[in-house]
Design a protein around this ligand. Structure first.
Ligand SMILES: Cc1ncc(COP(=O)(O)O)c(C=O)c1O
Length: 402
């Protein structure tokens, strides 16, 4: 195997420059650990961007994928395949939704959810098609989802964007009310904004949005692509807010790293008819076998409960660091989706200081880190990460950061 620098040269030569990579080539993973090409071990608190719910290469996922790869990898969706049906049944039995459509990614699930809402609008709401979303949200990279995501940095390079999306202030029910017209078919929200910096709404916000959607007869779409499958301490984040969505999207943690996404809908909102939506790979037996193995394990072993307990331990530890370092201004999150914010743009230097000491963390904003380790992580691993972070924060303190 080549040395790290060779891989970086290949990246520079052959890949489109869409991401500023960290100079680290990962070759193996197990649980919450990953190894680079030189055999150096790292504790992974990035978790594939909140994807490796059962950690790296969990045996139940690896075995399910291996067995399925030797059995049936792909058919067209004109045929019934068993893993897809098993996973759909498990999702429905463990959520408030009734019907499932499988996609290959989060953005694609959200696209489908918006199509579903528009279909509903055409049928029941006088052809209403607009979707209200919030500033700071992130719903994916397709053109329509860039329009849905209320962040100028994703939108500006691609103007003009598809119409039909209204971005309003986050955590402000009056802003949603003001933006609602007879063209509105849905409101789409993340229960906790993930990419936006782990932004939590007020406790009563989602309930107020739900009540408004009911009053106007419009749909509530919850994007649980990052928050779903136990990440925030319950199987789905909506459970913590005492509401139910009409449509929910999932992806990321659903198959522990194998690409998959899903749209779930209540019976009344499940208005697609044959031919109106589809996917070649969506619901593919290989991805669904990984999803089924993951979800069964998450449910049977109360992995969401682990995320809650260990997440509280992590948050407490980060709060302790906040007491110690004046330049930490806030610690916030739910379960194992937690952010630490600073008084200045030092997140990248902390990422690099942690990397030097064997811990991978994510810079979610120039002044904030995000922690999203595997949901199977234990207290000891969290303590180890906190110890490394403490040293990394001490490293940068003398450089005049206050
Ligand atoms: C809340 C949310 N929605 C949608 C997406 C897009 O998912 P994907 O990258 O799988 O298209 C993401 C990805 O970060 C996300 O966090």
């Amino acid at each position: 195997m080549g040395k790290m620098t060779n891989w970086q040269e290949l990246e520079h030569k052959y890949l489109m420059h869409t991401v500023e990579r960290i100079p680290l080539t990962l070759v193996r993973g197990e649980g919450a650990q990953v190894w680079d090409e030189d055999g150096r071990e790292y504790l992974d608190f990035v978790g594939g961007w909140a994807v490796n719910s059962l950690g790296h290469c969990h045996p139940v996922v690896a075995e399910a994928v291996t067995e399925q790869a030797h059995t049936l990898i792909q058919t067209s969706n004109q045929f019934y395949t068993i893993p897809q049906l098993q996973l759909a049944e498990l999702l429905v039995q463990n959520s408030c939704l009734d019907k499932v459509f499988f996609s290959n990614s989060g953005a694609e699930a959200n696209e489908g959810a918006v199509k579903l809402a528009r279909r509903y609008g055409k049928r029941y709401l006088g052809e209403a098609y607009e979707v209200i979303t919030t500033m700071g949200s992130f719903h994916g990279r397709t053109l329509a989802m860039v329009a849905a995501s209320g962040q100028a940095k994703f939108q500006q390079p691609y103007l003009p964007l598809p119409s039909g999306f209204i971005n309003v202030e986050h955590n402000n029910i009056e802003a949603i009310k003001t933006a609602t017209t007879n063209q509105t078919c849905a409101v789409m929200l993340e229960p906790v904004q993930g990419e936006g910096g782990v932004t939590l709404p007020d406790d009563d916000y989602l309930r107020a949005v739900r009540a408004w959607c009911d009053q106007k007869g419009i749909l509530l779409i919850l994007d649980e692509i990052q928050t779903g499958i136990g990440r925030t301490g319950t199987l789905f984040a909506y459970e913590q807010y005492g509401i139910e969505p009409d449509i929910m999207t999932l992806a990321k943690g659903m198959a522990s790293g194998v690409p998959i996404g899903a749209i779930l809908a209540k019976e009344e909102a499940s208005v697609f008819t044959p031919g109106e939506h589809g996917s070649t790979f969506g619901g593919n037996p290989l991805a669904c076998a990984a999803g089924y193995a993951t979800l069964k394990f998450v449910i049977n072993h109360d992995i969401a409960g682990n995320a809650k307990r260990v997440g509280e331990h992590l948050t407490k530890g980060l709060e302790n660091l906040k007491q110690k370092f004046q330049f930490i201004t806030e610690v916030r999150g739910r379960g194992l989706l937690v952010a630490m914010e600073f008084s200045s743009d030092i997140a990248q230097s902390i990422v690099m200081a942690c990397l030097d000491r064997g811990l991978l963390v994510n810079r979610v904003k120039p002044n904030a880190l995000r922690f999203m380790p595997p949901l199977v992580i234990d207290y000891k691993e969290v303590d180890e990460a906190l110890g490394i972070l403490d040293k990394a924060l001490s490293d940068i303190t003398p450089k005049g950061v206050i």
